[in-house]
Design a protein around this ligand. Structure first.
Ligand SMILES: [Zn+2]
Length: 235
């Protein structure tokens, strides 16, 4: 199997696992750069995230032109193209419609580290892009990239989030931790005032959590979960 074919399979696998994790519904996407090119792989607009295959995965360039594939590119592609242009360190980007992150944004509740999953993103609240409109233009994509700044996640108010990382496995794990962080924060808030982590606590927890072995462990766990759910056949 060629390197491109292996990457296509990873994108399709990640897509199905994001569905298993409840982080995408009928929409949402994940992309990964093709190393040493200005192109990236991404799942297509019309195909269910629960059944996408390697053969469905598309290749886009950084202007948003379809370079290979038989389907329409996702309508919110500018989130990927405009972020890749300004963040050379990011190799993979996901756009989620993640429920608990959206719920907190609806109440203007800052997503701050208050549990170990929240520590993944470092000290401080996750930045919020305030316009709930879908990201269809380069100007909107630039604005989302500016909100992301030098971080690995940004919340799109009432809509979802964008997550970027150094590999597709890294981005997938960050997606899982972002949503779990929001869910834990919400549940704790029902009980009373939430005790946030100090910056020192965040940094010390992140040291353990942001290791490649942990990232791979999360990826492997979700592969197993998707297999159990019967969602890994025909990739
Ligand atoms: Zn969206």
């Amino acid at each position: 199997m060629s390197e491109i074919e292996k990457l296509k399979k990873k994108v399709a696998t990640a897509c199905r696992m994001l569905f298993v994790a409840g982080l995408v519904d009928y929409s949402g996407h994940i992309s990964v750069r093709i190393p040493e090119t200005d192109r990236f792989l991404i799942n297509p607009h019309p195909i269910s995230r629960a059944s996408v295959t390697s053969g469905d995965i598309l290749i886009s360039d950084l202007s948003g032109a379809l370079m290979e594939g038989k389907w329409k590119l996702p309508s919110e592609l500018p989130m990927h193209t405009r972020t890749y242009r300004v963040r050379q360190d990011i190799q993979s980007i996901a756009h989620l419609h993640n429920r608990m992150v959206v719920v907190l944004s609806m109440a203007d509740w800052p997503l701050v580290p208050a549990s170990n999953t929240g520590a993944f993103f470092g000290p401080g609240p996750i930045p919020v892009y305030q316009d709930p409109a879908l990201i269809h233009t380069d100007e909107q994509g630039d604005a989302v990239a500016r909100t992301l700044g030098s971080g690995e996640a940004a919340i799109l108010r009432g809509h979802g989030s964008i997550v970027g990382g150094r590999s597709i496995e890294w981005t997938f794990t960050a997606c899982v931790d972002l949503e779990e962080s929001a869910a834990r924060l919400y549940y704790a808030s029902v009980l009373g005032p939430v005790r946030h982590y100090t910056d020192d606590e965040v940094i010390r927890v992140a040291e353990g959590r942001r290791q490649m072995a942990v990232v791979q462990k999360v990826w492997d766990h979700y592969v197993a979960r998707a297999e159990l759910a019967g969602l890994m056949e025909g990739l």
